[in-house]
Design a protein around this ligand. Structure first.
Ligand code: TMP
Length: 204
């Protein structure tokens, strides 16, 4: 491929997105593609340090400050990992991206959506995913999958995650070409069959 692809994996905590990303990774490697894996917050270096703060800091964190930290991490991930790889013709699979900010900080925390989009455009220079999978899961199941040892974000409560779920579904309605919703209430194999089918349609 001359220009690569940027594919993101989204959904509430416990939705199974990381398992599906890893399965798609193995599948693409077997098909001979050059694939790069990354995640937000995180990726490597500075991103992992920001992730540590975002998930484990125990003091007060304002919603705006939280949003800016996710965006700082994103700017680093795009500049250092994603864009260079896509420009070199690789496929980048990224565990979470812009839609997490809209769903969690926008719908969940109540930060203004237009403001978040504008700030995201600045952080990424408007570099957007070619394809986004949203793994839709009911809140009860996602909470039980996450278990008792919750990090700072996972501890936000049932009401917060109802809003996050709604946010993802509204996003998918607004951008049906890019954002594809898959129901997580299914076997890993069945879900992966849908992931593959959507991928094949995208590259055709
Ligand atoms: P995860 O890597 O286990 O999915 O955890 C990352 C957490 O960070 C998850 O709870 C979602 C949250 N998050 C946001 O709230 N906003 C964002 O922009 C991103 C990328 C993640």
């Amino acid at each position: 491929m001359e220009k690569g692809l940027f594919i993101t994996f989204e959904g509430a905590d416990g939705c199974g997105k990381t398992t599906q990303m890893n399965l798609l990774h193995e599948y693409l490697i077997l098909k001979g593609y050059d694939v790069v894996l990354t995640r937000e917050p995180g990726g490597k270096g500075l991103g992992e340090r920001i992730r540590e703060i975002l998930l484990n800091y125990e003091g007060e964190v304002s919603s705006q400050a939280e949003a800016f930290l996710f965006l700082a991490d994103r700017a680093q991930n795009i500049d250092v990992i994603v864009k260079p790889a896509v420009d070199a013709g690789k496929i980048v699979l990224c565990d979470r991206h812009i839609d997490s900010t809209i769903a969690y900080q926008g719908y969940g925390r109540g930060v203004n959506l237009e403001r978040l989009k504008m700030l995201n455009d600045i952080a990424t220079n408007k570099f957007m995913p070619d394809l986004t999978y949203v793994f839709d899961i009911d809140v009860e199941t996602s909470q039980s999958r996450v278990g008792k040892n919750k990090d700072r974000m996972e501890s936000a409560g049932v009401e917060f995650f109802e809003k996050v779920k709604k946010g993802y579904l509204e996003l998918a309605k607004k951008e049906p070409e890019r954002v594809k919703v898959i129901n997580s209430a299914n076997t890993i194999e069945n879900i992966f069959a849908q992931v593959k089918e959507i991928f094949e349609k995208t590259i055709c």
